[in-house]
Design a protein around this ligand. Structure first.
Ligand SMILES: C[S@@+](CC[C@H](N)C(=O)[O-])C[C@H]1O[C@@H](n2cnc3c(N)ncnc32)[C@H](O)[C@@H]1O
Length: 212
């Protein structure tokens, strides 16, 4: 029992150190989370602790809505969103890595959701969608990876309908994790109104509304 506890403590210490080093490195080098990490990101522990249902409940997604997901990765949350919006809704996804989009496309096809999930390779700071075309835009563990964050938030403002929601979720131990107050400052600075922050420091979701 003692040895097990010791191994667990050592493992936690190792994870902590890796995260600190990764965080320092990523302050200087901003690159997207490597697509080879998809399996690591979609691990069972995450599914139990911060699963899609928990996170999406906070975002207020409803049947029939038009949703935009920024940085979907392999689609850990996308499939669930597609199920919630149903046949009348749509989930548009934009990810900067073609490999992530390929994985997501494969998953959508396998589940027969390819008509509801529309993926595109692109940068969240240069959105290829018309003005006021979405009810909700959300991103999970993505904001810190975007080099032009202010531009991305401005773009989201442009393509959200009036009264639309921007929902940002941050999760530890993501090395690009941003604190709630940092996210709030950024979004309010771009004109969004803060509505709520739910969860805890390990996994929180902040919702913002686009006013007139
Ligand atoms: C840590 S992963 C999170 C994936 C997914 N949201 C999840 O929670 O499982 C971050 C994702 O954001 C994407 N990404 C990073 N920078 C981006 C940008 N500027 N525009 C669009 N996607 C970006 C990465 O390619 C990657 O798929």
């Amino acid at each position: 029992m003692r040895i097990l506890t010791l191994i667990l403590c050592l493992l936690l210490l190792l994870v902590f150190h890796v995260m600190v080093i990764a965080r320092i490195v990523r302050r200087f080098i901003k690159v997207p989370c490597p697509h080879q990490f998809v399996r690591l990101i979609e691990n069972p522990v995450r599914r139990v602790l911060f699963g899609p249902e928990k996170v999406l409940n906070r975002a207020g997604i409803l049947p029939g809505m038009r949703i935009l997901e920024l940085g979907p990765g392999g689609g850990f949350l996308t499939v669930e969103v597609a199920n919630i919006v149903g046949e009348q809704g749509i989930v548009c996804c934009i990810d900067i890595q073609p490999e992530m989009i390929k994985t997501l496309r494969k998953k959508a096809k396998k589940l027969g959701l390819e008509e509801r999930i529309l993926e595109v390779v692109g940068d969240a700071s240069y959105l290829p969608y018309p003005d006021r075309s979405f009810d909700i835009a959300y991103m999970v563990a993505v904001l810190g990876e975007i080099p032009e964050q202010r531009r991305a938030i401005r773009e989201i403002w442009r393509m959200l309908k009036n009264g639309g929601t921007l929902s940002i979720t941050e999760i530890l131990p993501d090395p690009d994790y941003s604190l709630p107050r940092t996210v709030r400052r950024l979004c309010e600075g771009m004109g969004f109104k803060h509505v709520s922050t739910r969860g805890n420091l390990f996994c929180y979701t902040s919702n913002f509304i686009k006013g007139d």
